[in-house]
Design a protein around this ligand. Structure first.
Ligand code: NCD
Length: 482
């Protein structure tokens, strides 16, 4: 009897990996390194191996890339495998209007594993739905960049930094940087403290902030005596919920956190390709900034490329580790590729529930062409090329401590009702069996999966009325239309 192959794994978000799986990737990556010289510009791959000699990696890049694509391709070559590349959308069938869904179905026959970079948030999750091979996210819009985070964590680990008690300052475009979004989730999961240092107006997106607090056990601690907001606060996080009790005495314990020196500063460039304005005041990290005593032992990190936000005079500073982050892209991606292809006898990516398990939220899948759509205009579900392939799908997330739910787009992971609130709309749930609708999402709370498929959610009463549903509460429709 032949052994059944494990199901195909896709790595779209850093949260697709448990903490234990991340450690496994690092153990394998470490095995690929021969020696880790103290000089942070050099390391060597242990030996050339041919464990992937029968495998092909496809790199499908719809956005510019140097490090991510080339380090993936170098990793595959060093594993003894082969690459095929489509790195310029202008010369691929995307230029003829082909959907990502069709492209990935075709590529599934040409390669054994694929890494995708795409300008739309959530694009790689959509691709994974249509793929028969493992799909790795090489950066999707401003959503996530999980393999960069693996490189970042591996670099910190090589410096013997203990994530659990680390304090990491994050500077620049926290709103649009996908590297930051994956990184802060991981930091929170491993119990680090995060100090946001955003450029004006470039704070973490509301949904990322909310997940840090509600899902990843972070607490907001004000840097001074004012009530904690998202701008002037730290995220103090702990690996296990019960450890929050460590911080039960705010004045005492938070004081310690506040006094602690910064262990790492993570710098990012202004993501100009995502914003309409081309310039804005932007923090610059230089010798003067790092001259403050609290940064005396801070590793300086950057996913690169840098533009002006990180002074080149720091390159020879003992704290600079950004070129090492880029160098580790090869062993870390070798480890990830080889594990996803099951090329190791004794190591595999097992779903391990210790440390962190992605919450299993129920999924509501809407019929294509009707009802609610994701509010994020850059979401892949809003891409006309994918309109026949990308159904609007939402996680039904239970509101903590309330008998209510909210909807999170399954692709870009933004929260729908934050946008609805901003537009002063009340979402409505229509029941296709009764032909009625009711306001708010409360009726979705604990709705069994087989009943979910009879429901259609609309942006407001008017949309539900226009689709032929009658209000369940007599006043619902009238209030809106009367
Ligand atoms: C990052 C990216 O593409 O998001 N680059 C990378 O992969 N190292 C960071 C950036 O472009 O600013």
């Amino acid at each position: 009897m032949t052994k059944a192959l494990p199901p195909t794994r896709h790595i779209i978000s850093i949260n697709d990996l448990t903490n234990k799986e991340i450690e496994t990737i690092f153990e394998v990556a470490q095995g690929f390194l021969k020696e880790l010289a103290d000089d942070h510009h050099s390391y060597r791959i242990a030996r050339s191996t041919d464990i992937a000699s029968r495998s092909i990696l496809a790199s499908l890049f719809y956005e510019p890339s140097t490090r991510t694509r080339l380090s993936f391709e170098s990793a595959m070559l060093r594993l003894g495998g082969t690459n095929i590349t489509s790195a310029d959308p202008a010369v691929s069938s995307a230029a003829k209007g082909e959907s990502l869904a069709d492209t990935i179905r075709v590529i599934s026959n040409y390669a054994d594993i694929v890494v995708i970079r795409h300008p739309r948030d959530g694009a790689v999750r959509l691709a994974a739905e249509y793929a028969q091979i493992p799909v790795i996210n090489g950066g999707d819009g401003s959503h996530e960049h999980p393999t960069q985070t693996l490189c970042d964590l591996f670099t910190l680990r090589s410096k013997n930094k203990n994530l659990r008690n680390m304090k990491v300052a994050i500077s620049g475009d926290l709103k649009g940087s996908r590297t930051i979004h994956s990184f802060v989730y991981a930091l929170a999961r491993f119990g680090a403290t995060i100090e946001p240092l955003p450029a004006p107006g470039m704070e973490l997106p509301a949904h990322v902030d909310r997940r840090l607090r509600e899902e990843f056990h972070s607490r907001m601690v004000s840097k001074d005596s004012r009530p904690a907001g998202t701008i002037d606060a730290l995220y103090v996080t702990s690996e296990q919920p019960h450890q929050l009790s460590l911080y039960a005495e705010p004045e005492v314990e938070y004081g310690l956190v506040l006094q602690k020196k910064i262990d790492a500063v993570y710098v990012t460039r202004f993501q100009k390709e995502r914003w309409s304005e081309k310039e804005r005041p932007y923090p610059r990290i230089d010798a003067k900034f790092l001259g403050e005593p609290k940064y005396s032992e801070a590793s300086v990190m950057h996913p690169l490329p840098r533009v002006n936000e990180l002074d080149a005079s720091l390159d020879n500073d003992r704290r600079a580790i950004y070129f090492q982050q880029a160098a580790y892209g090869v062993p870390v991606r070798m480890a990830l590729i080889s594990l996803l292809l099951h090329l190791h006898k004794n190591k595999s990516l097992h779903k391990f529930r210790g440390g962190f398990a992605k919450p299993e939220h129920p999924i509501y899948c809407q019929p294509i062409g009707t009802g609610l759509h994701c509010a994020n205009e850059n979401c892949i579900t809003r891409d006309p090329a994918e309109s026949q392939y990308a159904a609007n799908k939402f996680y039904i997330v239970e509101e903590p401590h309330r008998h209510d739910v909210r909807l999170r787009c399954l692709y870009c992971e933004t929260d729908v009702e934050l946008a609805a609130e901003a537009a002063a709309e009340t979402l409505v749930v229509a029941d296709t069996t009764r032909k009625t609708f009711s306001r708010g999402l409360t009726s979705l709370h604990k709705t069994p999966a087989e009943k979910l498929k009879h429901l259609i959610i609309y942006h407001n009463d008017a949309d539900a009325l226009a689709a032929g549903f009658a209000p369940r509460e007599p006043n619902a429709g009238r209030m809106r239309t009367g």
